[in-house]
Design a protein around this ligand. Sequence first.
Ligand code: SAM
Length: 183
Amino acid sequence: LFIGLVHFPVYNKNHKVVCTSITNLDIHDISRTSKTYGVTKFFIINPQDSQKNIYLSLKKFWKTDIAKEYNICRFNAFDNIEYTLSIKSAKKKIMESSGEEPVIFTTSARTIEKSIDYENAKNIIKKSNSTLILFGTAHGLTDKMIGKSDFHLEKINGISGYNHLSVRSAIAITLDRLITDFK
Ligand code: SAM
């Protein structure tokens, strides 16, 4: 199981398609969640060289002995992150390691027609050679991207009308729903 944090293509608050910046908080928190739930690789997907350079400087620090001594949990979690330029390149990397195209799931806080529930998603994941679940930044994955995926996961509903989870929380909840009983 692979996950991808998509910085492009995503919507901004005006519904324009944009590329967002990487954030330190997302990188650390999502890598820790991924490691906890046995995710093979957490892809940071962003086409911009400037963002890649910021990521590489963070990574450089988190490979040092100082970082290891400072926070061993963050240090250990960093090894399952991979920066890649596009969704296509993430798919290609998965194909190279697993031999088959991954099944692609998208996610959103919006209600999307023909979404599948977590039980069905679990069965698909169990039967698949590899799966890539994509999460958005800013105001979420574009409709076009969602339309191109193999499956769209139903949105997480809380119990109030407020539905504004951070992507970090959404990833933790999604992984918990999909893989806790995989042991
Ligand atoms: N309005 C945006 C949307 O339609 O997805 C919210 C974007 S949210 C800040 C960033 C990402 O977190 C989303 O692209 C999705 O991957 C995930 N996310 C947030 N809330 C979610 C929910 N209720 N159900 C599923 N995924 C959610």
